[in-house]
Design a protein. Sequence first.
Length: 306
Amino acid sequence: MKVSKHIILASAVLLLIACTKKLNPLVDGADLYIRTNAYATADIFYVCSTETTDWINAQGDTIHFADMTNPAHRAALYGEMRGVDSLICPETYNFFAPYYNQATLEGLLRDTVFFVPRCAKAAEEIVLAFGYYMAHLNNGRPFVLMGYSQGGYAVVELLKHLTAEQASRMVAAYVIGYQITEDDLQHPNIRAAKSATDTGVTICYNSVASPEAEIPVLSGKTVMGINPVNWCTDATPATYVFDYDDANDTLTATLDTFTRLTVIESYDDACPMLPFVGKEGNYHCLEIPLYYRSLKENIVLRCLAQ
C-alpha cells in the first residue's frame, strides 16, 4: 500500500485554477479557502500543517516562512485544504481554511529551539483570519476548530483568543498531531474532551506504533489525549478497518494513559517520516488518514449535541 504525505493531491494546473477561484482579497485576514453549502448548519475552520520548505529570496537570504504571494506555496496549502475538506468535512457543513505565511519544515525542525517562536509568529495570522471569518462569514453558526501539526499549535493559540460568546458557539477544537501542555490547560477555553459527544472541548491525539516513537517537540509535554476511534480516555482498545486510499487493514488503536499517545497495532506499511526529527513507528504524517471516517462521524455527533 502506498500512502502519500499529502492527503489528496490534484494536478498542478487544477490547483492553480482552483486557488484563483477560491481566494478573497488579502485584506484583514480575508485570504481563505472557502467551500460553502447554502443549507449549512455548522462550519469547520481548519488550519494547515507545514507544507512548505525553506526558499531563497532575491537578496540570497534563506527564508524560514512561506510566502503566500508565491503560487507554489499557495498550491501546497491548497492541496491539503482541498484534501481535508473532501476527506472529513460533512457535505452539509461549510469549510474555511486560511492561507498563511507558515513556518517552513526546515525552519521548525532543523533546530527545534525555533519551533515555538516561529509557530507563534505564523499563528498571529491565524488569529487575524479567524477574526475576519467571524465578522464576515460565520453568520452565527456553531463552528469546529481543527488544526494539524503546526496548525494544531495555531488552534491552541486561537483558543486562548476566543471571546466568551465565541467560545459558547465552538462545538469542539481538534488539535491533531500536536500537544496540549499543563500551561495550556490552565486557560478556561481549553477543556479536555472525555467522550464522543461532549462539546466546547478540545480533542488532542498523537499516533505511534509504540511510545518510544514519540517526537518530543510535537507531543512530549502533552497532558491530554483521547482515542480517536472510540473516544475513550482510558486504555480501552478500539479495532477498526483502515481503508484510506488502497488500504484494507484491520488496526487496533489504544490510548497509552501514561504518555497520552494513541498506539496503533497491526499497521505494517511505510509511513513518511518527518525530516530531522522523524522516528520509525511515528505516524505523524498519517494523523488524519488513519482516522478520517471516525473524525467525520465525530464532527457530526458533536455538532448535533451542541
